[in-house]
Design a protein around this ligand. Structure first.
Ligand code: URA
Length: 230
């Protein structure tokens, strides 16, 4: 298909805008700037406008992993096993993690090569809840829930966390739902009360729940309907 037709078929651009994008050299096909409206876009061409990927160029792949403790949420690490070491798939270097977890945090980890999908899942603006099971060293006080609902100021980033919901499960255990994924966010939220997190497990991200059939370290491909849930 011609690139001008490919772009004007998208709901976001009309023909005039497409002509302008091409003239302004903002469109890339397979990494090369194209300005000729007749340039060809194939099913597996990668199409970008500015820094946004409109078509991936490769079949999109999506996996759900039950992250075990003691592994790093990175694609490479000189010392420790990584979550990517647990995945036995071709072209692993094209995959990335949608929402990292700390070394000893366990639970749901989503891995994909679709950047737009992982951004939708993780960016705070989409407000998809990330739900964690938490165990702490000290008792969880009655005031935690209202403080978390109001937000906590993180001086390092100079921001206040978005409202979070806390459900007490026992004196030292709770379920926490947050819509962001700031660095060590859950530990820092409990750290506000000088309460150390001893166990942290992610149960779900948006509509995707960790599959009970997956043991720690196991993974599976997402089903088509799971990919399109949000
Ligand atoms: N918050 C944390 O502090 N650690 C995690 O691994 C995830 C959320």
């Amino acid at each position: 298909m011609r690139v001008d037709r490919f772009l004007s078929n998208l709901p976001r651009y009309n023909r005039k805008q497409v002509r302008l994008l091409l003239v302004e050299k903002r469109v890339r096909v397979d990494g090369k700037v194209v300005s000729d409206p007749h340039s060809e876009v194939l099913e597996f061409s990668r199409v970008e406008v500015d820094d946004e990927v409109l078509q991936l160029g490769k079949p999109a792949r999506y996996f759900m992993l039950h992250k075990p403790p003691g592994c790093v949420s990175a694609t490479r690490d000189p010392q420790h096993p990584t979550v990517l070491d647990l995945i036995n798939e071709p072209d692993k270097d094209e995959l990335h993690i949608a929402g990292r977890l700390d070394f000893n945090t366990t639970g749901l980890m989503l891995i994909t090569n679709d950047g737009a999908w992982s951004r939708r899942l993780t960016q705070p603006q989409t407000k998809l809840p990330k739900v964690y099971y938490v165990e702490t060293e000290q008792e969880i006080g009655a005031q935690y829930a209202s403080t978390f609902a109001e937000g906590i100021y993180f001086a390092f980033e100079d921001l206040t966390t978005q409202p979070a919901q806390l459900e007490l499960l026992g004196p030292r255990s709770a379920r926490l739902s947050i819509v962001e994924g700031r660095y060590h966010q859950v530990k820092r939220m409990f750290g506000f009360f000088n309460n150390k997190v001893l166990r942290l497990h992610r149960e779900s991200m948006g509509p995707l729940r960790l599959d009970d059939a997956l043991k720690p370290g196991e993974y599976r491909a997402l089903r088509t309907e799971e990919i399109h849930l949000f």
